[in-house]
Ligand binder design. Structure first.
Ligand code: T46
Length: 143
């Protein structure tokens, strides 16, 4: 990841890793340390066999998360209501922050893509904003 993040409510962490090439790499994340919150939930997305799959397309009101690409690659589009940025995520060492009030969309998944997400809270359906117009209103209200 050598692209500067300009959108609000995002950021990047690089995890510590031990590269035992050719015998693998071990990557470490610690809650409250390299991952700057207590992790209450993890989930992962795998079996991405549809090249045209579109995931995300929502923002969260309060939830804070970091998204990792453990294998393969995908495109992450971030939109804070003012600024939009696209990233190709293809390294297992970097986590991109998906903070609150950040519209995010994931596309262009490679066949071997595996995504890991660390979240600071439990699943709550009411924390999602899935309508873009509502998102823009929510962001404006917040100013
Ligand atoms: C996000 C991006 C990066 C649950 O029941 N519990 C959970 O913890 C999660 C994450 C999802 N679900 C249910 C809700 C839906 O019925 O699983 C179904 C698929 O979830 P969704 O369509 O929201 O998946 P994505 O990939 O569009 O979004 C997910 C997360 O939901 C979301 O919080 O930020 O990954």
């Amino acid at each position: 990841m050598n692209k500067k993040i300009k959108v609000k409510h995002s950021g990047i962490i690089k995890l510590q890793f031990y590269d035992d090439f050719p015998d693998g790499a071990l990557v470490i994340g610690e809650a409250g340390k390299s991952v700057p919150f207590e992790i209450k939930r993890i989930y992962y997305i795998t079996n991405l066999s549809n090249r045209k799959a579109v995931r995300g397309k929502h923002a969260h009101k309060k939830l804070d998360q970091y998204i990792f690409c453990l294998s393969g690659s995908f495109r992450l589009q971030l939109d804070d209501g003012e600024t939009k940025q696209n990233f190709i995520i293809d390294s297992p060492y970097y986590g991109i922050r998906l903070g609150p009030k950040l519209w995010h969309t994931m596309t262009k998944f490679s066949r071997d893509c595996v995504i890991l997400v660390l979240a600071d809270d439990y699943y709550d359906k009411s924390d999602y904003i899935r309508d873009y117009k509502q998102f823009m209103e929510y962001v404006k209200e917040d100013k």
